[in-house]
Design a binder for this molecule. Structure first.
Ligand SMILES: O=C(O)CCC(=O)C(=O)O
Ligand SMILES: [Fe+2]
Length: 221
């Protein structure tokens, strides 16, 4: 599944080299939609690495935050963990993500973990920052907007916790080690509202995911 070399195909925009690189690998499924470029890979991350990331998230979690708050305190009720890129197992996960998508690691935000207990969710949102939003300069002034999202499910909660892509009516079930990757931009570089997605409520058990976002310009580590 993994290629050996880590290619550097830019920021993720334009998307064509990334898409071609992703499609050159085995085990990749493309969700058929003219509105959204979304890929899925089952069993992307080995079980041991999933468990190692869960342990770190449990140990270091803090309440999740949102930008451009709409005043709904229940919009994102999960917890978040900033993973340490100097931790060898975190570095291994990041290297696998980079080899998979080919985006220049310099354009990546720090890898994050998200944890959802029963009843917690992340309501329908897009991962890019609204260019007209009050927080745009604050979040995007240096590195620019988000180009691609790579998300990984670390486990399978007993019930609930699917991710629903509303605009294309697609529901993805959490499965240990499953990867999702999507392009947040349209071909003209504008933000793609059809990327809207909802991390649905966990009904039983706990849900853990990783999120890796890439930016138009280097993150500036
Ligand atoms: O947990 C999910 O299913 C979605 C997570 C998400 O959308 C995010 O962290 O931006
Ligand atoms: Fe999201």
């Amino acid at each position: 599944m993994q290629t050996l070399a880590s290619p550097s195909l830019g920021s993720g925009f334009p998307a064509e080299p990334i898409i071609a690189h992703i499609l050159s690998q085995s085990g990749v499924q493309r969700v058929p939609s003219p509105k959204l470029t979304l890929f899925m890979v089952r069993d992307f991350l080995p079980q041991e690495l999933c468990a190692a990331m869960i342990a770190r998230i449990d140990a270091q979690r803090r309440p999740s935050t949102i930008s451009d708050s709409n005043g709904d305190a229940a919009f994102r009720t999960s917890e978040t963990c900033d993973l340490d890129r100097f931790d060898p197992e975190v570095a291994e996960v990041e290297a696998r993500i980079h080899r998979f998508c080919g985006i220049d690691p310099a354009h990546g935000e720090p890898l994050q973990g998200q944890r959802y207990a029963v009843g917690q969710e992340f309501k329908a949102h897009t991962d890019y920052f609204e260019p007209s939003g009050v927080d745009f300069q604050r979040y995007c002034g240096v590195a620019g907007n988000r180009t691609w999202t790579v998300m990984l499910y670390l486990n399978e909660p007993e019930a609930g916790g699917a991710t629903r892509f509303k605009a294309i009516d697609k529901i993805v079930q959490p499965e240990t080690g499953k990867l999702l990757a999507w392009n947040n931009k349209r071909p003209d570089g504008s933000c793609n509202p059809s990327t809207i997605h909802h991390g649905m409520k966990v009904r039983a058990g706990t849900k853990y995911v990783l999120t890796k976002w890439f930016r138009e310009r280097p993150w500036g580590w």
